[in-house]
Structures are given as C-alpha cells and as structure tokens.
Design a protein around this ligand. Sequence first.
Ligand code: GUN
Length: 281
Amino acid sequence: MAATIIDGKALAAKTKENVRAEAEKLSRKPGLAVVLVGDDPASRVYVNGKKRDCEECGFYSEEYALPADTTQEALLALVTELNGREDIDGILVQLPLPKGLNEKEVLLSIDPSKDVDCFHPFNVGQLTIGEPVYQPCTPGGVMEMLREYHIDPAGKRCVVLGRSNIVGKPMGMLLLHANGTVVTCHSKTPDMAALAASADILVSAVGKTGLVTGDMVKEGAVVIDVAMNRNEAGKLCGDVCYEEAAARASYITPVPGGVGPMTRAMLMKNTLKAAKLHQGL
Ligand code: GUN
C-alpha cells in the first residue's frame, strides 16, 4: 500500500492559526527579535520566513541584520539589551554564526525565559529531565506531526540518524520521553544501514542527499526526513530517496512541505508561550 504523506504545510498552517487565536487574547502582542550575523543566503531565507510567520500570527517582530565582522562584544551587548526589553519575549540568534564568534557564549547569554530555540543549557537540561519549558523547534515539530497522524512512539524502535545539538540529540530525548526505544546513529556508527532498517520510526537529520535508500526502510516504517539539502540541480531535497522509501513506508514526510514548515510553526508556539510566561499566565 502507498505511504500516507505527512502534510507538514497543512499542520503548520493549523498550528499558526491556533497560535494567532491565542495571541489575540493577550493584552500585549508576543514579541520576537531575530538576530542574523553575516550574509549566509540560507540563513537569510530562514529569517525572512520567520518574519512572515510573525506577521501571520499577529506578533511584533524585530530583525537585527549585523555585518559578518561584528565583534563578540557587540553581539553580547545586543543580546543583553534584548534580554532587558519588556516588549521582546523571544530572542533568536540565527546559527551558524560567522567564524570567529563564540556560539556557545552567545547562546549562554540569552535569558533562558526568552530562549525560544531551546538552545540554552538550562532549557536543554529541563528537556533532559522531562520538564521542558520550550520544545526545541524541529524535534518538537516532528512530535506534533506524529501526534497529528496518531503515531505513538511508545514501545517502538526509533532510530535517529544524526546527533546534532539542534536536531539529533533533542529528537532522541523527545522520543525517549514518549516511551520509544531510541538508537542514535552518527558518523562513527558501524552498520548504520542495518540499524535504520530495524526502525519502526526512522528520523534522518544528517544533511546528506541520498543517504537513506529504500533498503534502509523497514516495510511499514514511519519515515521522517529533517534534512534540507540541495541536489546537483539546485533542487531542495532531504536525506531520503523519497520514491524508494515511500514504496515501503506507512507514513513519510516530503521535502519540502514536511518538517520545515513545522519547525517554523513551533517557533511561533514557543514565542507565544514566552509571552504568556512573561505576562504571568
Ligand atoms: N539554524 C538552523 N536551524 C536553526 C534554528 O532552528 N534556530 C536557529 N537559531 N538557527 C538555526
């Protein structure tokens, strides 16, 4: 039977609609500050998308586009200023930062209550002990997709390809909290293909076009493709050989139109939550 396509675009639209309705009830608009350092074209596309999402959700937003030669001190000073602003609920510093800037120190300087990316060690710790304040956007979006399609990770073998701080690690944590049995694979994992082929839920977040071939998908598995790669023709694609995988999977996410829109919707959800927290709700 053909796989059901998980429609991230539709779920993101629904999520943002709910966020907008909730935001309208607040006495003050949720405010998001987005900080972009340098001129990475992919980051520029993401930041433009976030601005549009804020408009759709009725949020106040500010963008700080800083030159690539911005100093660490200047960036930290901006974050400190935003930390103190009452009209700003969320602060997002777009990653990766240009070489020479200390990413760790910047993330640590963000007030954890405004860390809508869920990158601050305090929030990562809260997530690890199962008491998250914010959901990390991409893995949180994946969990919302699973819920929407009534896919329960409990008792399932979940294999995550990739161990980044942004996706792989928090993804494994969320699946574990949902009672999945989690295996995280990375560049030093022997026989990743066999592990992938044993998954009931397979999440790929490596960033390598063609990594997941059809034979790495168990019959009836759920396949979630987090990657946003460009193939030789410049076309957006994920890690998964889509046609081959879809022939075996029960559910599959497309690229584009899968995880990407949900990541952005989760950022809006987190910013709404931050606004509520800051308003004592
Ligand atoms: N770069 C790639 N993904 C993300 C994200 O979710 N948040 C931030 N701040 N930077 C990113």
